[in-house]
Design a protein around this ligand. Structure first.
Ligand code: SF4
Length: 203
């Protein structure tokens, strides 16, 4: 059984695959507490892998997004999905023809069968609760949130095909977008990632 917070179809809002239709499987719970976490992920429903697959299919079929019926990508997210994702779930989704994306804080090993790994490290974040030490040794995409305490230079050598830097909203609603834009202009290894789903007011 897996504790699942929600399953829905939308456009990927961040990073390399921004704008791409996906079915999101948000697994409940996280091993970290980030001060800026904006995801309500704790609540959830216990589901078997087969039930998750059925809801993934239904999410694509029932989505109001044009073309969503053809969605072939599933994004396993959270919370921290690797507290629960295993070979049984990835195998079932793969056999059903889905390409699997994973968004992780990098503190757990990735099981086989993941097609795209996005690592979003939190270990340097000021005010972090929990052990955020990254054990992942590589990723397709590194997505770094420029929160207080985070130095992109430290992560520049991380073995990832793409390096994205994302602004962080402050507790008062302020944003450090100008700081991120300046950094990316001066360090072209990095690309700007925005939470475009929020800009578009979609999920
Ligand atoms: S790692 Fe992600 S889901 Fe977990 S607390 Fe931090 S921002 Fe939230």
């Amino acid at each position: 059984m897996y504790k699942v917070n929600e399953i829905f179809c939308s456009l990927q809002g961040e990073g390399f695959w921004t704008g791409t239709p996906m079915v999101f499987v948000r697994l409940s719970g996280c091993n970290l507490r980030c001060p800026f976490c904006d995801t309500a992920h704790e609540a959830g429903e216990q589901l078997e892998a087969e039930e998750i697959l059925a809801r993934v299919r239904a999410a694509g079929a029932n989505s109001s997004l044009p073309g969503a019926q053809g969605v072939c990508r599933v994004c396993l997210t959270g919370g921290e999905p690797l507290l629960q994702v295993d070979g049984r779930l990835t195998g079932l989704l793969h056999e059903a023809g889905y390409s699997l994306h994973l968004e992780t804080n990098g503190t757990r090993e990735v099981p086989s069968g993941i097609d795209w790994v996005t690592c979003s490290p939190k270990e340097d974040v000021h005010g972090l609760s929990g052990n955020g030490t990254v054990v992942l040794e590589k990723a397709d995409e590194l997505k770094l949130v420029l929160a207080p305490g985070v130095d992109p230079e430290r992560w520049a050598a991380f073995p990832a095909t793409w390096h994205f830097l994302q602004p962080c909203a402050g507790a008062d609603g302020s944003s450090n977008v100008p700081e991120v834009v300046s950094y990316v202009l001066a360090h072209p290894l990095w690309r700007l990632s925005l939470q475009t789903h929020k800009l578009l007011n979609i999920r």
